[in-house]
Ligand binder design. Structure first.
Ligand code: NDP
Ligand code: CA
Length: 318
């Protein structure tokens, strides 16, 4: 007797012949750290039973297995070693995890260790070239936020891809810090692109395609969003493709009620290299009615953030 799952439709964007027969599916999701959800978040309309790990872990795994992404980027993972790494390894995923240096989970009694970012990839589709864990800096000072940056080779096409997952500093008043952290990540990615740019000698080089998935904790009007959308890396945000004009972010990627009030906003993004990748499909968002009056998390959905799922394919080289 559990409420139904959301029925989200995959919206196909490419017209017939342009669409790839074997796109790369990417999922971005802040899964809500178990210690934070039970200990610090104060989701006042969510019953405590809905927050129990014994319920939530199945709903999280069910969400992942419903869409079966080739690349899975998660934030607030505080059950990596005991749950996600072993379960997903059994399903053919290889992974990397970077804990936050001073995870707030550690302040919660009975915590399961620090939360952090995790990046999983389907080993049948990708071969690992390199992976680095990065502690993001702001004005050269190390911060409490991290990123995992993994370089992969697609076994289907032979093409390389660089994927990053991050979770920027939360809360209002920290816009400047998110902006600095975003700039630091862009700087790392710029260096990586320089290292991996390929092509025969004497011919123009093709830059390695980038995918950056994250809970940026920033609405689209923030400085860090502008830095990503205007960077020399040529990035665009995939979820804009859901909108009528193709230029507008969704109305929400997180929706919750705390004692301070309701928070319905867009904070999560999948950035991609416009020159080298094409968005073939985007998973639509559940409606306000489906989410329900008590918002998220709930008995139907285990996190206060919604998953973002997109299909990408490599553009033909010209
Ligand atoms: P952030 O401000 O980035 O937030 C941490 C988590 O809290 C996020 O996962 C965030 O979720 C969630 N959150 C956001 N808003 C709220 C809210 N209103 N109520 C409850 N939870 C919220 O944290 P930091 O990484 O900067 O870490 C701060 C903590 O780290 C401190 O509480 C401290 O315990 C610890 N710390 C300890 C240090 C030490 O020397 N011992 C040094 C530095 C930090 P979401 O992203 O989904 O919004
Ligand atoms: Ca959170």
């Amino acid at each position: 007797d559990r409420p139904p799952r959301f029925h989200r439709k995959l919206i196909c964007l490419s017209d017939g012949d342009g669409a790839s027969s074997s796109p790369i599916r990417v999922m971005q999701w802040n899964i809500l750290a178990q210690a934070l959800g039970e200990g610090l978040d104060s989701f006042v309309q969510c019953p405590l039973e809905a927050l129990s790990w014994s319920r939530r872990k199945y709903l999280i795994l069910e969400e992942i297995l419903t869409y079966r992404p080739h690349i899975l980027c998660l934030q607030e993972v505080d059950h990596y070693y005991d749950t996600f790494q072993p379960v997903l390894a059994g399903l053919g995923y290889s992974s990397h995890f970077c804990p936050k240096p001073w995870s707030p989970c550690l302040d919660v009694e009975g915590n399961n260790g620090p939360d952090g970012c995790a990046l999983f990839f389907d080993q049948s589709r990708f071969e690992l070239l390199d992976s680095v864990n990065i502690r993001l800096s702001a004005i050269r000072i190390p911060t409490n936020q991290v990123a995992v940056v993994t370089t992969l080779r697609c076994r289907t096409t032979g093409r390389c891809l660089c994927v990053a997952v991050t979770h920027l500093k939360a809360r209002s008043g920290w816009e400047w810090l998110r902006s600095a952290q975003g700039s630091d990540l862009l700087r790392h990615l710029q260096n990586l692109v320089q290292k991996h740019s390929s092509g025969p000698a004497g011919e123009p080089k093709t830059n390695i395609p980038l995918l950056i998935c994250g809970d940026f904790n920033a609405v689209p009007s923030e400085e860090v969003y502008r830095r990503f959308s205007t960077s020399p890396l040529g990035l665009d945000s995939a979820y804009k493709k859901l909108s009528q004009d193709g230029l507008t972010e969704p109305e929400y990627t997180t929706w919750k009620i705390r004692p301070t009030g309701e928070c319905c906003s867009t904070l999560d993004y999948i950035w991609y290299s416009q020159d080298t990748l094409r968005v073939d499909a985007v998973l639509d968002m559940p409606t306000e009615e489906e989410i329900g009056p008590n918002r998220l998390p709930s008995f139907s959905y285990p996190s206060d953030h919604l998953s973002l799922v997109c299909d990408f394919s490599f553009k033909e080289k010209d």
